[in-house]
Design a protein around this ligand. Structure first.
Ligand code: OFO
Length: 166
């Protein structure tokens, strides 16, 4: 396997571990706020990223490429809102997509058909990843509006109770 592609796949597999940590921090952000549904969703997202890294490792192993594990920066642990978490996630996935596309370009440039075929799974996966976060963002926005509507109804039901004169 071409050394340039082995290096690029190693870089991406380490970025998948970095992605896992990004979502692990988010999982705990929700756990702290007792939002167990979101906590569960992000726990699964964390596991998925680990499996993306493992899939890359499996491929390098099969093709005889040396696996090199590196470190990475600290993930963000502080967020102002649920929406900010989701928008950060979507931007993160767009960056993953950009990197996967670059990897695919390199595989094609090197005429490495097996790698291009392998990378196609990630190309498809990224369509799903971005779609998941886009949908979640839309849903959170809708729920927010619905919450405001329900609160508005509740406030509308308030009646003036005159205080007794004596
Ligand atoms: Fe969230 O995506 Fe990995 O590859």
């Amino acid at each position: 396997m071409n050394k340039k592609l082995v290096d690029a796949i190693n870089k991406q597999l380490n970025f998948e571990f970095e992605s896992a940590h990004v979502y692990l921090a988010m999982q705990n952000f929700f756990a702290e706020r007792s939002l167990s549904g979101f906590e569960n969703w992000f726990a699964i997202q964390y596991k998925e990223e680990i499996s993306h890294a493992e899939k890359f490792m499996g491929y390098l192993k099969t093709r005889g490429g040396k696996i090199v594990i590196t470190g990475f920066g600290n993930p963000e642990n502080e967020f102002k809102s649920v929406l900010e978490v989701l928008e950060t996630s979507l931007n993160h996935e767009k960056e993953v997509t950009r990197r996967i596309n670059e990897l695919m370009d390199l595989a094609m440039e090197l005429n490495d058909h097996a790698s291009a075929n392998f990378l196609q799974w990630y190309v498809d996966e990224q369509v799903e990843e971005e779609d998941n976060f886009n949908k979640l963002i839309d849903q959170v926005k809708l729920v927010k509006d619905a919450g405001l509507y329900m609160l508005d109804k509740e406030l509308a039901s308030r009646v003036f109770v005159p205080i007794p004169k004596k």
